[in-house]
Design a protein around this ligand. Sequence first.
Ligand code: IMP
Ligand code: MG
Length: 185
Amino acid sequence: MKILLSPEEISAIVARLAGELRAAYGFEGAQVARSSRKPPVMIGILNGAFIFAADLVRSAGMPLELDFMRLSSYGMRRSPTSEVCITKDIEVDIKGRDVLIVEDIVDRGLTLETIMGHLKAKGPASVKVCALLLRSKSEKASLVDFVGHSIDEGFVVGYGLDYKERYRELPALYVMEAEDSGEGL
Ligand code: IMP
Ligand code: MG
């Protein structure tokens, strides 16, 4: 495996994103104390984004409510016919609230489109997306408001991201190489 981002580089990205979130939601400096707005609802997408969401919520320096959604995709990951199903919905009422979706990686954007369609039907005031990683060639890049890091090719693991449920525990992000999977990734 080849290192993509070290723990220190990930921390710097999380801190930068936290600043962008404070600016976007108007929670900067003295505004925090004065704000009477309801805090945004951060929705972490399980399982891949659990570590990123945990780090982001601690860095945010602004009030946030937290909930999670979980999805699974059936069929081959690369197949255009693969379907995304919601296996765990949120429990917070997001009607009239600012919603921030936190994703590990946006690739084709199928997962994100399903999530956004589902959440928008619940009548939130706004929906924004923060993704740790964005595939530079993604056709759905415009859906992502806050991007941690753009990547070109390669399957990424570590820091919550898995390959067949392995490698989530690694503190850094890695790009897998053909010999890692034993089946020619
Ligand atoms: P999309 O629907 O093609 O955008 O795929 C997004 C989902 O697929 C992400 O939420 C990840 O769970 C998974 N995924 C896509 N690329 C990778 C990768 O390189 N490593 C780990 N998971 C990935
Ligand atoms: Mg995911």
